[in-house]
Write a protein that binds this ligand. Structure first.
Ligand code: AMP
Length: 115
């Protein structure tokens, strides 16, 4: 989408600190990190939110959850101590960028419940 900052990152029109990339997914460091490790994992194609994942996106969703996120956590060495994966969705969910993204937060102990 023309005005979407994460589409621009996916197409390299905008810069990011990329930690992982393949054909369908790119992961990069959050500009304003909320933990010592804060990575955003996005599908390269524009999907507005998890509400907009379609039947045909099942392989992509599984790829992100089964392959990409655990690999990044291993690479960052936060697998064993633990980390949090967050998908903010819509206004009440606190979503500020309308391109689906999975936050990976780690490197410190998290509290619960979230604010
Ligand atoms: P959310 O509030 O779940 O929509 O999260 C959006 C996240 O994107 C925030 O944590 C922002 O700090 C982050 N963000 C926004 N623009 C950029 C950017 N250009 N590069 C990296 N992270 C960004």
């Amino acid at each position: 989408m023309a005005d979407c900052i994460f589409c621009k990152i996916a197409s390299k029109e905008a810069k990011s600190k990329t930690v992982f990339e393949d054909e369908t997914v790119i992961a990069f460091r959050d500009l304003d990190p909320k933990a010592p490790e804060h990575i955003l994992v996005i599908p390269k194609k524009h999907v507005e939110s998890i509400n907009d994942f379609k039947e045909s996106d099942k392989n992509l969703a599984a790829h992100i959850l089964v392959d990409v996120i655990p690999k990044i956590a291993r690479d960052l060495k936060i697998s064993e101590k633990g980390y949090r994966v967050v998908i903010n969705t819509g206004d009440d969910g606190g979503q500020t960028v309308n391109h689906l993204h999975f936050h990976i937060l780690g490197g410190r102990s998290m509290t619960w419940p979230p604010g």
